[in-house]
Write a protein that binds this ligand. Structure first.
Ligand code: ADP
Ligand code: MG
Length: 701
């Protein structure tokens, strides 16, 4: 990093009429309130408490030396740069600046005494430091008495500015103890003490102690954070149990039983069990018994475990009781698949009752859409399937009793919040069922989703054969293509998936097109299709129905096939650039094959060299098929923030605590939360406000 110009930055002004660039940069980092700055912890520390003789300074480690400038010149031969030679009693050292200001030259004039920090390396001209930080000193300038914090910053936000801002905010921040005596685990410092210690370590505190997250100061911070999470979840749960939803009891001989009888297969034991859990939620009486406690349940089950039919059965209960059900999917393609399946199952049963299904997506516009919206408003559409277009402003439900969200983690946080607002606009809240093939590890469920009941389908329908996963370098592409020809000759179908990453959408699309051409050439007389996100909905549908109908042998697709697509005759999936995909995404993709009785193969083609994370991911895929195990490893490789899609919202939900390491603290926070809410509601509220501010909303989404 280039050294900051040595001018001292001005202290942050609190009443500045116009915000300075660093102030704006701070706000961008979410550093608005004093408490935000106080909780902005150093990334690392620099040791400016010592000066090392140049002769003793090791190569490749940050070190501080001091010397007199012997020579200072600008070189222009290769590229313009400032070269400064300093020496102390024992040795000399070259400082090299590729970017420099006139102030650099003034401070580094011959004869000046300077203190310099940087990493030494041995170059062509002897030992040198590139872009060290430096300051003018005299023989009596005191050394720092404590370690210097280095904060996460940005280009517009100089360290020195941020340091001052944090120090000032730390002094002002309302850090008084809000928790009643005896509630914090024994032996931990106060929050103020903990933050003081981390921001301004006293002389003698070692780097090792500061970085050790089991230190009491760290423990205090983590405990605070976990407690705030637990409190906000518990409060949300209490609030929910006071709300009222329609009481939906399944009737003997009702729609629910009719649907069960009409299904072409018996339910698995796991499907029956989770179905019972959902039925119990829908009929859990509230207060005087004329309404129910709103359901807030996550149905998780590996890809192919049969969640859709469970949702359809819940919908049948709601419809039978005279209410409407909405089913939302993250993509149009998936919504359409659901729609087709549900029409097939439910339409014959609804028709005699004068009811039907409606389909609402973004691409459905004009008159078609208006008609659908009217049928939803009149209540004639008992089941409404679609993308998030289902919750757009002009859509009014006559009587929405149940909302089902498929692949709920694929919806953005903002969309989930919007949905909740929409649902809350009726006098009776609808029940909410979320479905996901990405199981939530238990510890994560305990923190983020404490206000969520979880049902798990832990069994696949009978007759599935596990998918064999192979990892190949892209150099074996020809071999893979030969394998595709074999598979196709046997009447099977093949997916070839190309990554589509937003930033390089154009290039990736070219890749997919090139692959499509290559496969078409290699498979004369066979139909090879192409499916990508830029295609119009009708085109996508046409391609998908050709593939589903078996006329198309190979489907080259960008990740739009990821969720939910169901073609049991597909027995081979090739994933190109597998190293670019996340673990859960790979697992979802792989779930598209192995849906029938034939043995299936998934080939992960990668382009080397692989990063350590990339290698871990591909290995995990080859080693396990268990969605739970995959989710656990995903959490390990990526951390919980990314796991929950929190990255999209720009808010890591847990900043200090680590769910794997801090299970004991989590248990303590979990035990304390109900006690605080009951006996010290003021303290509970203060705790949540301090830590979560607006983020509390996100937790509910
Ligand atoms: P997912 O849980 O991934 O959403 P789906 O609901 O799409 O899975 O179901 C996958 C496939 O299994 C579908 O073709 C579905 O009709 C079928 N299926 C669901 N339940 C059973 C069952 N009990 N027996 C046989 N097939 C089933
Ligand atoms: Mg599904």
């Amino acid at each position: 990093m280039p050294a900051a110009p040595p001018e001292t930055p001005t202290a942050p002004r609190t009443l500045a009429p116009q915000k300075s660039a660093p102030q704006r940069a701070m706000e961008k980092l979410g550093l608005k309130r004093d408490i935000d700055l106080a909780l902005h912890l150093p990334l690392r520390y620099e040791d400016e408490t010592r000066v090392t003789p140049i002769a003793d300074a090791p190569d490749g480690e940050p070190v501080q030396v001091e010397g007199i400038v012997r020579e200072s010149r600008i070189e222009t031969r290769t590229r313009r740069q400032l070269l400064v030679r300093i020496s102390d009693d024992g040795d000399s050292l070259l400082l090299r600046f590729l970017n420099f200001y006139p102030s650099h030259q003034r401070t580094l004039a011959v004869g000046a005494r300077v203190r310099v920090r940087g990493e030494l390396r041995s170059g062509f001209f002897g030992r040198e430091m590139v872009h060290p930080s430096f300051k003018a000193v005299d023989e009596h300038t005191p050394l720092a008495t404590s370690l210097t914090p280095v904060y996460p910053a940005s280009a517009q936000l100089p360290q020195a500015y941020l340091r001052k801002a944090v120090a000032a905010a730390l002094a002002r921040a309302p850090l008084a103890e809000v928790l009643p005596p005896g509630s914090v685990p024994a032996g931990l410092p106060t929050l103020r003490e903990a933050l003081q210690w981390l921001h301004q370590p006293a002389a003698g505190v070692s780097l090792a102690a500061l970085e050790d997250r089991s230190h009491p100061a760290w423990q205090r911070l983590k405990f605070e954070e976990l407690l705030a999470q637990q409190l906000s979840q518990l409060a949300a749960q209490r609030e929910r149990t006071r709300q009222r939803a329609p009481l939906l009891r399944s009737r003997r001989g009702g729609l629910h039983e009719q649907l069960l009888a009409a299904l072409p297969f018996p339910l698995t034991a796991a499907q029956r069990r989770v179905g019972d859990e959902i039925a119990a939620d829908l009929a859990r009486p509230q207060g005087s018994g004329d309404a129910a406690v709103p359901m807030h349940r996550l149905l998780q089950g590996d890809v192919g475990s049969g969640k859709t039919v469970v949702a359809a059965l819940a919908a049948a209960v709601a419809i039978d009781a005279g209410w409407q059900c909405a089913l939302m999917a993250p993509t149009e393609l998936l919504a359409e698949q659901h729609f087709r399946k549900l029409v097939q199952w439910l339409a014959p049963l609804l028709e005699p009752r004068g009811l039907g299904l409606a389909w609402l997506t973004g691409s459905r516009k004009g008159k078609g859409r208006r008609q659908m919206v009217e049928r939803v408003a009149s209540g004639e559409a008992a089941l409404v399937v679609g993308t998030h277009a289902v919750i757009q402003d002009d859509v009014r439900f006559a009587k929405l009793g149940l909302a089902v969200i498929d692949e709920q983690h694929r919806f953005g946080v903002a969309q989930r919040l919007e949905l909740r607002r929409k649902l809350a606009s009726q006098s009776l809240e609808p029940h909410l069922l979320m479905m996901s093939a990405t199981p939530i590890p238990r510890t994560l469920a305990m923190t983020y989703f404490a206000d969520l009941d979880v049902s798990t389908i832990d069994e696949l329908p009978p007759g599935r054969t596990p998918v064999l996963t192979k990892v190949f370098a892209d150099s074996r592409r020809e071999q893979v293509i030969a394998r595709i020809a074999d598979e196709v000759a046997r009447g099977r179908q093949v997916y070839w998936v190309c990554p589509l990453i937003e930033e390089s959408e154009h290039v990736d699309l070219q890749n997919a097109t090139a692959t499509h051409a290559q496969l078409s050439a290699a498979l004369p007389g066979r139909k090879v299709g192409l499916l990508h996100g830029r295609m119009a909905a009708a085109e996508k549908t046409a391609v998908m129905s050709q593939f589903a109908g078996g006329e198309m042998a190979v489907l080259v697709a960008t990740t739009v096939v990821e969720v939910g697509v169901d073609v049991p005759n597909a027995s081979l999936m090739v994933i190109e650039h597998a190293e670019r995909f996340g673990l859960s995404q790979l697992h979802q993709l792989r779930g598209r094959v192995g849906r029938g009785a034939v043995a299936s193969v998934c080939v992960l083609l990668y382009q080397g060299p692989l990063s350590a994370t990339g290698r871990d991911r591909l290995r995990a895929m080859a080693e396990t098929h268990d969605g739970f195990e995959i989710a656990r490893r995903d959490l390990e490789i990526r951390g919980p923030g990314e796991f929950m899609g929190a990255r999209q919202s720009g808010d890591a939900l847990l900043r200090f605590a680590d769910l794997a390491d801090d299970a004991p603290l989590l248990r303590q926070a979990r035990a304390l939360a109900p006690v605080l809410l009951a006996r010290h509601p003021g303290a509970a509220q203060a705790q949540v406000a301090r830590w979560l501010d607006k983020r509390a909303d996100f937790l509910k989404a």
